[in-house]
Structures are given as C-alpha cells and as structure tokens.
Design a protein around this ligand. Structure first.
Ligand code: ZN
Length: 441
C-alpha cells in the first residue's frame, strides 16, 4: 500500500484524534530519554546519532553540508569530533570525566593534553558559583579554545598540585548535519516546525522539542492535510542559516511556523509572537494556549530570529513551556530527565496539534466588493436582519465580517475582534456568501 493511500483524510475533531494517542506523553519522554545521553554539538556524530534515533519514529531525511560552504553571511564550520575528556591527578582516578557527563567538556573544545598546576587549570574551567552543585553548559563555537565545566563544589574540593588534563577532540573538515521531513498537503503553502539539535545532555532544552517533533511528524504521516508541513531538525543558528541559504524558494512558501524548545518542564506555556506580532499563527496560538504567557518578539532566543530576519520575514513564533533563560536549571546539569515529565510533554504535544487543527480548519473569506462598503440595503441585507432587538449587533457583525474578510482573518479572528459569538459571525458569513459578497478561500 502506498503511503498516500494509507493516509486518511480527516478534519475537525477527527484530525486531533488521529494525531493523538493516550500514551503520547510517555512515548515522547522515552524518546527524549533515549537521546539525552548523546553528546551533540553544532556539527559532528552526535547530531547524526540523534537523527538516527529520531528516524525510528518519522521518515527524516539527513542532509550534510560540507565544512567551508558559504551560507548567507556565514560559513559552515569544522566538524567537532569528541572521543573523551578528563582531569586527573598524576596517580589517581578521573576527577572530571566526560564519560560520566558530557557537559564536563566545553562544547566544541579544541584538543589538549597537558600537565598543569591548579591555578593554570582554573583558567580553563567554568563553574556556576551561584549554583555550586550544578555543571554549566558552555560552548565555544566561533572562538577556538579548550575547557572544562564542573560544579563549583567539586572545583573547591581540589587540592593544590599538578593535574593531567586531556580533551581528546578534533576539529576537522567534515560537514554540518540537519534533518528534514516534508509532509505534502493539498496546498503548496507550508507550515514550518523547527527544533534545535545542537545541545548535549539537556533534557528540556531540547531533547523535549526534538522528541515531540519526531513523534508528531510520525503521526502526521498518517493523515492528509490542507497545508504542506515541513519539519526541521537543525543545529541552532548555523543550522537554520544553512537551511535558509539552501532553500530560498521553499522559504517563500512558508506561511506559518513554530520553533519549539523547552516543551517538557512543569511550568505553564509561553508563546513568543512573530516579528509581525499579529500573524495568523499568533492569533491561533493565543487562542489555543489558554492562560499562556504571551511575549512580544525580540531578536534573540532560538531560530525564530533567523526566520524573521528581514530578507525572509517569515511568520514564525516560539512555543515553549517555561521561557528559556528564566528557569534556574536552564543551561545546567539541572536540566535533566527529572526536570521534564510525560504529562508536560503530552500537554505541549496536544497544544501543537490543536494549533494544526485550527490552521487546517479555519475558514477565511474574501470580500468580493472590497472597495468601499457594499450597499447592503440595495441587496436587502438590512431587511434580512432588521427590526428585531438584535439588529444592531447583527449589522455590526455584518460590517466586521465584510471589513476583515481580507483573506488574512478567519471567522474565529473576526469573532474575537468584534467581541461577538462565533455562531453569529458564522451565520453572518453564510448570509453574505449567499448575497455574493464573500468568497470562501
Ligand atoms: Zn539553549
């Protein structure tokens, strides 16, 4: 049976039902647990191994872009190979051991093999004095150096003396890896879902997002949709830039998008608006995420800022639970598998499928007489509604529907803006469509 004939055409409540399953939170958590130990970076085997694990759930196509390739204003960097890293006394066991936690090595560290006094060693060690039990996550992508990360308490416990240090790594010509799935819908218009794949053992940021997106893509393969959906698994910043550099034409077809990260913690939802601030995805997410913290766009964070650079100007929002950089576990060893839960992951997944459902099923109309207000009386439309005590509200509903039927606003948007019941707006749209003043898109 072909994939196409296996796909079901589903709408409304049945679309959500087709994408959901009772055990979805546990399934996402299991996959996040599987990829959590992998040492990822912006390039290297960790990203490939992660994509292979995710590929068991969705048909991810892996792309490799060679080191040195110009991508927009950037260049694809060298590939990082990390085999081992440790600090030890000349005669003793490892004090800091990459094999125990991959956050111990400065991500993208250059190789080193040396014996150093403690004072010298400390110049290349990163800690979190305010959170002395935790290992920080640090990177040095565009400034080649070596280093280690450890807890302040462990560092304070080191006696003076000489230490052997080893980072068995390599920065070599290789490639940057990203994964992509395109789920074809009836329309060429696209919805983009994008997650970063470059962080090592950090559960919320972003094993949660990668696992959620892989299982969503797997579920989407079984349904037919109106939009085409593009799922992107790419290292932060340079991955999105590389994709944009190679996919200028596809980018033009992206009408709505979400970057997803930190979707597994116990906090409530956060939604960061698109640069435009009132795009359809903004309105959909605001409706879908009850009680979410809604924040305005700012040009920092995740890859929404690449997609929203003025040359591309895509309507891509950021979906999270607790906002990045605001929880104490952020970018530390505290962002571990205890910090995310199946329930939270399930809640995030269901929010995303609600957004998909809203995008798939929203009705938008075009006003066929958009220049000036159409003469309603001549068409008997005031008569159709006039006379009763609700006539003012009905007239206003008619004027709102005509005014906002610009192709961009759905009936839900119009109801919200007009402060009217959706049922009233729907009935009004039917009346206006019958009168030839609206055309369904
Ligand atoms: Zn991060």
């Amino acid at each position: 049976m072909s994939a196409d004939s296996a796909a079901q055409s589903v709408t409304g409540a049945s679309l959500k039902a087709a994408l959901d399953s009772p055990g979805i939170g546990d399934a996402i958590y299991r996959l996040a647990t599987e990829i959590y130990p992998i040492c990822r970076s912006i390039t290297g085997e960790g990203v490939r191994e992660t994509l292979r694990a995710l590929s068991k759930h969705a048909p991810i196509v892996q792309h490799e872009v060679a080191t040195g390739t110009p991508v927009l204003d950037w260049t694809v960097p060298k590939e990082w190979v990390i085999r081992d890293a440790w600090i030890k006394k000349a005669t003793g066991a490892r004090i800091v051991d990459f094999q125990k936690h991959n956050l111990h090595v400065l991500n993208y560290s250059t190789p080193i093999r040396a014996t150093l006094p403690l004072a010298e060693l400390k110049k290349n060690i990163f800690t979190l004095p305010e959170q002395p039990d935790l290992i920080p996550y640090r990177t040095s992508y565009y400034n080649e150096r070596w280093g280690f990360c450890m807890s302040q308490n462990a560092l304070d416990a080191l006696p003076d003396g000489d230490y052997e240090v080893c980072v068995d790594s390599e920065l070599k010509d290789g490639s940057l890896t990203y994964g992509e799935i395109v789920h074809r819908g009836a329309s060429d218009e696209e919805v983009l879902f994008s997650v970063h794949t470059c962080h090592p053992s950090l559960a919320n940021d972003n094993c949660s997002g990668m696992a959620l997106l892989a299982l969503l893509a797997g579920a989407m393969a079984k349904v037919k949709t109106r939009y085409t959906y593009r799922f992107l698994f790419a290292p932060g910043t340079i991955g999105a830039i590389t994709w944009l550099a190679r996919n200028g034409e596809a980018a033009k077809r992206i009408k709505h998008g979400l970057v997803m990260s930190c979707v597994g913690d116990r906090g409530g939802f956060t939604y960061k608006r698109t640069r435009r601030g009132n795009a359809r995805i903004d309105r959909v997410m605001t409706r879908v995420l009850n009680d979410a913290k809604i924040i305005d766009f700012f040009p920092y964070g995740y890859d929404e800022r690449q997609y929203a650079s003025p040359g591309f100007d895509l309507d891509v929002g950021l979906f999270q639970r607790t906002q990045f950089a605001t929880f104490p576990e952020y970018h530390t060893s505290g962002d571990n598998l205890d910090f995310i839960t199946p329930d939270a992951l399930a809640g995030s997944y269901r929010a995303v499928i609600s957004a998909i459902d809203a995008l798939e099923n929203e009705r938008r109309y075009l006003n066929t007489v958009p220049h000036g207000e159409p003469q309603l009386g001549r068409r008997g439309l005031y008569a159709a509604i006039g006379g009763d005590k609700d006539s003012y509200a009905k007239s206003m509903a008619m004027l709102w529907v005509l005014n906002l039927s610009d192709g961009d606003h759905s009936l839900e948007d119009i109801a919200e803006r007009a402060g009217a019941e959706l049922s009233v707006i729907e009935a009004t749209a039917v009346l206006l469509e019958d009168a030839g003043l609206l055309r369904l898109l």
